[in-house]
Design a protein around this ligand. Sequence first.
Ligand code: NAP
Length: 262
Amino acid sequence: MQLKGKNVLITGGTRGIGKCMVQNLIKEGVTNIAIIARDKQNLKQLSEEYKEVDFIRIAGDVANIQVLRDAAARIEDKWGHLDILINNAGIVAAGPLEDIQDEDLYDQVAVNLTAVMLLTKYCIPLLRFSEDAYILNISSGLGLIGMPFYAVYGSTKAAIRQFSDSMRRELAPFKISVTCAFPTATDTEMMQKFKGRKMDSPEFVAVRSIQGMLNKEIRVIFGGEERLKENRLNFEAPAELDMLVAQNYEQRKTASLDHKAV
Ligand SMILES: NC(=O)c1ccc[n+]([C@@H]2O[C@H](COP(=O)([O-])OP(=O)(O)OC[C@H]3O[C@@H](n4cnc5c(N)ncnc54)[C@H](OP(=O)(O)O)[C@@H]3O)[C@@H](O)[C@H]2O)c1
């Protein structure tokens, strides 16, 4: 599949994994890219950096329904159709459930889940006009295994897995494929406080996720064999994984306490 000539919409394409995906798409010849992100300055900087790209810059919060509706409307007006939708924007606020601020709980659901469902809904009519359309949803390893202190974030990401499975089957009669990626710790601003820990690079996660999308892979799971083994254990013998997780309960709790990128 040739990326050249494709119309792409990505949320959170200004930093981290999303920015690396944008850079990869540009390298592969994409020149029509719509990006939704809150920081206007970062959006402007991208257009200045890549003058050859025709950006649709949508400065707004994906938790705002009107921003999502406007994004779809602008794409329809300018391009008529969409070929690739990448639901990437995400936020995290970890810690014991009783300590997570109510607003942070709501916002994680709004940004990580509700926005993905609404934007996909608004984009389906635009994707249907593509000859070969793709949806790439960015979940998380925490969407495959429920870990303590990430109950809210992990639940939104598990819902993305379920949403991706449902949509893949729902869209099967159309030429719209759905891929869900599950990164593990990746070296971006979201993981600032874990500096020094072994992490994937955002470039690697971006390139591999896009490759998975183009290959129409159903799931792109990061973290290697170790992660696959853990996923199996979680499914087949969850009580055994409980015991392993309990061994470093306090460490996990401490590490989660100020893990917040909203
Ligand atoms: N980093 C990891 O270790 C890791 C692991 C597993 C999964 N993931 C997932 O991968 C995706 C990308 O993460 P990342 O690490 O690249 O994050 P990041 O470096 O914090 O970048 C997040 C991007 O999303 C945008 N964004 C955040 N909230 C938004 C909102 N409310 N409305 C519009 N745009 C918003 C940000 O731009 P503005 O701030 O300007 O809005 C930014 O462009 C997320 O879904 C995350 O959950 C990350």
